[in-house]
Design a protein around this ligand. Structure first.
Ligand code: LLP
Length: 473
């Protein structure tokens, strides 16, 4: 149940079992580290008990912009950005910079917002790179990743003057052909596989040795020696990333030691290596039982372990970079759907279908991810029904939420799925030729459209009908 908070508005948030309406503010909402909350920090109830985010009524947004609709709360995103920035300043003795891993959710508006908060950005494709640059992210705050960058992508990165993270020999071969034409040596980081196991979904684990990402640690010395002879390259740092949606701190501490050894090696060979990029990975709360560390705790532990590892090896402190994606943007985002058909399978389950599904949120079908959902206009009503929330795609597995406790609902009601700001829009598809949702940014009672809704014409835009096939009438 929601309750009335200090400001008069009832506040919806964390702390209840999965199949319940979220518990009240008093259950421990963390306003400094929104990754520990279920809902955006501005979530509140209006005088009639309807849910608002960023001061905007959610069912009003659904009426104005249609559904499915991605809604991004500016205050929550700015808060997570500041949490990283301030924690790095507080806990690390040297220079530090948090880079937004834009694979989590890439758009002009998010790039601009994150840039305005003083963060940098990690891009992994020409598309993400262009989005960042055009969104106003300064090139000297961008790093460019990828385990199979094309020559065109590397060309773009070199011309833009961003830092390139070399993942393998193929990158180095391509760069050797492209980079000498550039005015200055390419600022290069080397990614290596640190050999660290962590508990997360198999598909989003990257630090263990059997990973497609990065140089094998045994090869690192040979790569570093090779690069001593490459005038086009300036090896400014090392990178490793162990995985995503991680709640444990220990793997990140272990990573610091592994990276400090690599840093000592690189510097002993004569590379400047001023930067150490420890990747991202901090998890968020999707359901009440999730209990991730706060951004402050994560940063403190990472910073302290990097400092300790460097001190033990008598290494001058590198600039510390980290690359959070999910923990920056996930909780800021929610998705609105309209409820449609209902099917009751007697004695088995009740399916409620929404007007989206696996095309706007492929995480449940891909990773069996859990979410929290509620009705926009009756978030605190008695959840007396247990339903299965199905998508509209032609696939039995297109189920967004199993065993969801909801108040009685009818077709047309607006349903809110929480914590969809990361890897939802970013991984969306047009399966079944379903257009992608629009996205709005909300703040102080105002909504800005930041992504137009795809139209059926947009889906046909790139199709070509060969003349010889004629036109079907
Ligand atoms: N840096 C690198 C090199 C990465 O590969 C990733 C995520 C990040 C940073 C950001 O990690 P985060 O802070 O977001 O955990 N699609 C999956 C997640 C894939 C993550 C890929 N790499 C999901 O929906 O859970």
């Amino acid at each position: 149940m929601a309750s009335v908070g200090a400001g008069g508005a009832a506040v919806i948030n964390e702390g209840s079992p999965q199949a319940q309406a979220p518990a009240p503010f008093e259950a421990g909402r963390d306003l400094r580290s929104p990754n520990r909350n279920l809902a955006p920090i501005t979530a509140a109830l209006d005088g009639e008990g309807r849910l608002q985010v960023g001061g905007c009524g959610l069912s009003d947004l659904a009426r104005t912009y249609g559904t499915p609709l991605y809604v991004l709360d500016e205050a929550t995103l700015r808060t997570t950005c500041r949490a990283y920035r301030e924690a790095l300043r507080e806990h690390y003795r040297g220079d530090a910079l948090a880079l937004y891993a834009s694979k989590a959710n890439s758009s002009l508006a998010i790039s601009a917002l994150v840039a305005s908060e003083g963060l940098g950005l990690d891009a992994v494709s020409a598309g993400e790179l262009l989005t960042a640059l055009q969104g106003g992210m300064p090139a000297d705050r961008i790093v460019f990743h990828g385990n199979n960058k094309s020559a065109e992508e590397l060309q773009l990165a070199v011309e833009a003057g961003v830092t390139v993270v070399a993942d393998n020999w193929h990158d180095l071969d391509l760069l050797a052909a492209i980079a000498p034409a550039a005015q200055a040596p390419v600022r290069l980081m080397l990614r290596f596989t640190p050999g660290i196991e962590c508990h997360t979904h198999e598909y989003i684990r990257t630090g263990h040795l059997d990973s497609k990402f990065g140089f094998d640690p045994d090869q690192l010395e040979a790569v570093l020696r090779h690069l001593l002879g490459c005038a086009w390259a300036r090896v400014i740092g090392l990178h490793a990333h162990i995985g995503s949606q991680i709640f444990e701190i220990q793997p990140h501490r272990d990573l610091a030691a592994v990276m400090a050894d690599a840093l000592a090696l690189a510097r002993s060979l004569g590379h400047p290596c001023t930067d150490l990029n420890v990747g991202g990975g901090l998890g968020i709360r999707y359901v009440a039982s999730d209990d991730p560390p706060s951004i402050q705790t994560w940063v403190q532990q990472v910073a302290e372990s990097v400092m300790a590892a460097c001190d033990q090896r008598s290494l001058a402190l590198p600039r510390l970079l980290c690359e959070p994606g999910r923990s920056l943007v996930a909780t800021a985002g929610i998705t609105l759907y309209s409820l449609g058909s209902r099917k009751e399978v007697p004695g088995v389950r009740t399916y409620l279908s929404v007007d989206g599904g696996m095309s706007d949120n492929p995480r449940p079908i891909t990773y069996q991810s859990l979410y929290t959902a509620l009705l926009a206009d009756r978030p605190s009503a008695d959840a007396s029904e247990t339903v299965t929330l199905a998508g509209k795609h032609c696939e039995s597995g297109d189920v967004l939420l199993k065993e969801l406790a909801l108040p009685p609902s009818s077709s047309g009601d607006v349903l809110v799925v929480l914590a969809t700001g990361a890897y939802n829009a970013a991984m969306s598809s047009n399966y079944n030729r379903i257009p992608r949702p629009a996205a709005v940014l909300v703040q102080d009672g105002h909504a800005d459209l930041i992504q137009r809704r795809e139209q059926p014409e947009d889906l046909l835009r790139l199709d070509v009908l060969p003349e010889r096939l004629g036109r079907v009438r």
